[in-house]
Design a protein around this ligand. Sequence first.
Ligand code: ARG
Ligand code: ZN
Length: 856
Amino acid sequence: VTFLRSDYKEPAFTIKSVDLDIALIPARTIVVNRMMMQRSAGSQNQPLVLHGEEQELVSVRVNGEIIREYELTPQSLTLHNLPDNFELSITSANAPEKNTTLMGLYVSNGNFFTQCEAEGFRRITYFLDRPDVMATYQVTLRALKNDFPVLLSNGNLIKQEELGNGWHSAVWQDPFPKPSYLFALVAGKLQAIQRTIKSQSGKEKLLQVWVESKDLDKTEHAMDSLIASIKWDEERFGLELDLDRFMIVAVGDFNMGAMENKGLNIFNTKFVLAKPETASDVDYGNVESVVAHEYFHNWTGNRVTCRDWFQLSLKEGLTVFRDQEFSADQMGSESGRAVKRIEDVRVLRQVQFPEDAGPMAHPIRPDSYQEINNFYTVTVYEKGSEVVRMQQTLLGREGFRKGMDLYFKRHDGQAVTCDDFVAAMADANQKDLTQFKRWYSQAGTPRVKVEESFVSGTYQVTLTQSCPATPGQDKKEPFHIPLLYRLIGDSASSEQLFELTESSQTITVPGLSKKPVLSINRNFSAPVVLDFEQPESELLILLKEDDDAFNRWEAAQKLFMRSILNGKALDAELVSALRAILRDAALDPAFKDLLFTLPAESYLYEQVSVIDPQAIHQARRQVRGQLATALQDDWLWAYQEHQTPGSYKPDAKSAGKRSLKNLALNMLADSGYTKTDDIAFAQYQSANNMTDQYGALAVLVNFSLSHAQACLSNFHEQFKSDALVIDKWFALQATRQIDLQDTSAVLTNVLALRKHPDFNIKNPNRARSLIHAFCMNNPGAFHQPSAETYQFWAEHVIELNHINPQVAARLARALDRWKQFAPNYQVHMKSALEFISKQMNLSSDVAEVIQKALNS
Ligand code: ARG
Ligand code: ZN
């Protein structure tokens, strides 16, 4: 079934209030759901069609009377001849311990958890499970006290009781009307750290982070991040926490990163737990940004929510933008902000650009879907954030804030659309954003061709935009593209904003004595591809002198990319410029680390018309090898110069030093420096934090140094009781760099690990650490001109399809771009895709992805 945005209809009934009474038993949980229903104006004679899946219907009552006339299907419950106002009471049962999909109510390690976004609530009870039906909730939870001592739900705790026979209960009330996707409950053996803070207006707030008792020592950073997020939203947007109590709960089995349930955020343990010995600097940063993301949803998502799921980017794009800005501010310096920007753009290019060019391409506000779970994408999230960022660039920070204020003034408590958001931005600033809105409706990454001329003192740049066809969209209208630019070498020139709105426009600057060097799309002001044959000599000038850190980094990336794609050695002038940068004490080590990290293979794939993955892999390794060898002395210097002795601190400055130091260690290994084995082994043994211990282990393993096996075993032994670290142990082996003499060794190892006693395909983090990591993060090992790796992929998509369709569908995306590969790869990819498509009982999640890939 395909759902269309244009089919939106207001609901025939609304639900004013919900009273849930839930008896939590892992094998058979009973839910009594009492709803106050109201017929909407203009819906006379229409039946009430409730969503409901995977439940056993026990009874239906209207105003207390049992009803036996209804239609029941595997997806719905329909009632006819209803009055305009009535109480509907439905009793149903479900089996949480058998629920491996991790949607709705499920059991993880003996405790109960829920995940309702997007359409999980309908697995708990029959309901109008759509975001524009908002109700107030009172929830009574009952359970055996010994097994489930802690009972949590949204809002405020108003009562706790002992019930006899070892049972107890808790009653929770959420004062804010909410859509069903924000409902949550948690029950089980958990413990919390807590803090009280005073919010902006002086109100006391209770903050809690709930985890299993063994993890209590890893909650401090999440709590600090929550407090920082609360403060930041007050300062930057004037938005205050609206509940007296705010809870975060960590769970080891979770499909996504985390979920913003009102007052009761539920998180993948990966994005809560952190202590120096077990979490890397990257983990610390992720915890901070995911905690912030979910907290920020309290306003952008919960107080103002989506009218329908086509509007998902309304809350996700905006909330990603907010968490990116928060993390940038937490970096504590201008160079830190630039580092964060570069990291975000790398993700966009490595993952979103390919999505925009492939069979699943969709606008940030899609027009259709078969399975909404497939649309929690980098396009909706990350490109969505870029589209919000462009509005801030066009309106300025203050203008953007005015737009946000108007958005909340108009829509607090409502379920609205992307149009409503842009209207608030436009109206608050008297700016016409009509053309800008094409970013919401057109898919594909726009390309901007840059052509320069310099004739008798007059400099001209002609900018010509185009956008490739995407599924269902052959022709595109011109976008409104904000381009920040500056002419380097013309001392009078400052940074300017050019708004490209036509298919082609020219900027003219007269009266110059020499041709300037163009620095354009500064700070990546628009998510576009620039087709710009800028001469190498000019890229070198940008690399050395550009005052925009992003474009300085970009110049290096372009120079590296040309070397890789043209199979041409790095020339002496470039090498000496790079050496100067590496040795420049004024530059941020984190920036240097990014500058010397070559473009990812997935981004290189997008630069060629036919992908030969092994050729690209080897060409990239060659350039890296050259960088390693030519600067060997400098890497040794960098390694020694960026040590961080003393106790571990996760701040941006220390993390930057560690990242550059560990890059230096990689480079030393790559340069063939013979002492690397000993240096890495010493670092592995003396490390007091995960970044350094794992960093050393990764070098030993990736370069097959002699201490590799012993350290891998030691690492497993040391951390065998810590699931998140064991995930790292699997992922390192799955993403291990291939041996060019034996390219199938990684697959052989992955097949062995698949049988390891610690492997458990039902746990999403573990499945992703081995299967997804190998198929999606190790292109050199995965893309072989033979059938084995693609067959491995297909078998796992099928196995996961029956366990957890969302985790399976994510893996299914690995062959999205198969049509772009060279024929000797394509044949095997195609048979693997067809093998999956012929299976019985494919979930809508997997079916949509595979079908779109095959039809591309
Ligand atoms: N709203 C959550 C977040 O972005 C993600 C929930 C995703 N759920 C899903 N079924 N795909 O923080
Ligand atoms: Zn989100």
